[in-house]
Design a protein around this ligand. Structure first.
Ligand SMILES: Cc1cc2nc3c(=O)[nH]c(=O)nc-3n(C[C@H](O)[C@H](O)[C@H](O)COP(=O)(O)OP(=O)(O)OC[C@H]3O[C@@H](n4cnc5c(N)ncnc54)[C@H](O)[C@@H]3O)c2cc1C
Length: 391
């Protein structure tokens, strides 16, 4: 990591901060050595909570929040760096990642009061966020959502339903996209929502990717939102949300490349030991080496796209193309790497105790979420190579 920061970010005013961030993230890693990551991934909730507490305790949730609000500054890069390092050790968690990217549009478009009330308490970890975008009927077509917020006096009344919401049970606040103009198809607005508001009900979905993390259906029945729940201008939600999604894609890329590294490290250790036909380990066979070497190259290429995209984002430039390409390449490389890791472990790859299946589940989900790779390719075709919109 030091190499990337020293070569790509040596002229950044935050260079020293990033070196400190590497130290702090490695400090968290040292607290949870051995096979702690496997226990965390396989559902040890106390351990999951301890890891999240350690990340918050190291002050890392202050990254990306301006110093004037008590944060550490450093833009998105600090958060991407932390996620990459923690994922390399199986210690990244949606609890911190989702809070990091969900508060981005609030930090960019919220009023000082909204930032103080909602985003600042997330620096210490006192409060956390989830993001509520997907709906059962709209799926990838967010512009087709039907959850609606109708203004009544000084309140908004929210009705509708969201699906697949990670951390909905644990989060204090939700960053929510809803339709405010019932006539205009594109007119979406974003709100910050108190997840404990009366009228919100949840049902856990039957998804088990990572033990400590759960996805929920969330139902809104006449939920009252105060006037100040609206973030930015009414009707601009689509624009805010989509700009924020670049941060989401870059953070998710960090989770993917870190996961690929971990699967590779564990596999190399295993195939260097496993001897079946004489004295040579299975790792000496080209059929075992080549997929691992290929996906290592793919992972590092994805990592460079990710750090470059993050730099564009932090410089206030259009990071859309690089964020999308990083998400495509990183999730593909990670899913391939974890599949090769399972194959290299033989039957052990199917044994939950080796941790390979849980790494594969995490990596495989990233080809679908937060946006499926087909939609990512649609974006690249349209915005990267100038082809007509295909859907
Ligand atoms: C583990 C997990 C966590 C998640 N967490 C959250 C969360 O916290 N908050 C949230 O809002 N959502 C979350 N999601 C939802 C996620 O963002 C959606 O699953 C994703 O956007 C796809 O929507 P869908 O599942 O309805 O699939 P659909 O939209 O029904 O698409 C199904 C498939 O059809 C294909 N497809 C669809 N449209 C096109 C097209 N135009 N061109 C080509 N192919 C296409 C793709 O292969 C796609 O995978 C999560 C999902 C998972 C699995």
């Amino acid at each position: 990591m030091r190499e990337i920061i020293d070569s790509l970010f040596s002229s950044s005013p935050h260079h020293e901060l990033y070196l400190g961030v590497i130290e702090a993230a490695q400090g968290v890693v040292r607290e949870f050595s051995g096979d702690a990551w496997k226990r965390k991934m396989l559902g040890d909730q106390a351990l999951y909570d301890d890891v999240v507490r350690a990340v918050r305790g190291a002050g890392l949730m202050g990254l990306g929040v301006d110093e004037k609000y008590g944060g550490m500054g450093g833009g998105l890069l600090g958060q991407v760096l932390v996620t990459d390092i923690l994922a390399q050790h199986g210690l990244a968690s949606l609890a911190t990642i989702v809070t990091g990217f969900s508060r981005e549009p609030l930090l960019n478009h919220g009023t000082d009061a909204q930032i103080e009330n909602y985003a600042v308490p997330s620096i210490s970890g006192e409060k956390s966020f989830c993001i509520l975008a997907t709906e059962p009927d709209a799926g990838s077509n967010t512009f087709n959502i039907s959850t609606r917020a109708v203004q009544q006096g000084d309140r908004w009344i929210l009705n509708g339903q969201k699906a697949y919401i990670s951390q909905a049970d644990a989060a204090d606040y939700g960053f929510l996209i809803a339709r405010t103009d019932l006539e205009a198809k594109g007119a979406l607005s974003v709100f910050v929502l108190d997840m404990k508001s009366p009228g919100i009900e949840m049902q856990q979905m039957n998804i088990n990717i990572h033990g400590g993390e759960r996805q929920y259906l969330v139902f809104f029945d006449n939920v009252e939102l105060p006037a100040d729940a609206l973030v930015g201008e009414e009707g601009m939600g689509g624009k805010y949300m989509f700009a924020g999604l670049n941060a989401e894609r870059l953070m998710v890329s960090a989770l993917a490349v870190g996961t690929a590294d971990l699967a590779l490290r564990e596999t190399v250790a295993y195939v260097n030991e496993r001897k079946l036909f004489g004295d040579r380990p299975t790792g000496s066979y080209q059929a075992v080496q080549h997929p691992l070497a290929q996906y290592k190259a793919d992972t590092e290429a994805a990592r460079l796209l990710m750090y470059f995209g993050t730099r564009l984002y932090d410089d206030g430039k259009d990071a859309g193309l690089y964020a999308n390409m990083a998400k495509l390449q990183s999730s593909t490389a990670a899913a391939n790497m974890c599949d090769a890791a399972i194959q290299s472990h033989g039957g052990g790859g199917m044994d939950e105790d080796t941790g390979m299946l849980s790494l594969w589940r995490s990596a495989r989900a990233l080809r679908i979420a937060p946006l499926n790779n087909e939609m990512i390719l649609n974006y690249i075709a349209q915005h990267g190579i100038g082809l007509p919109r295909s859907y």
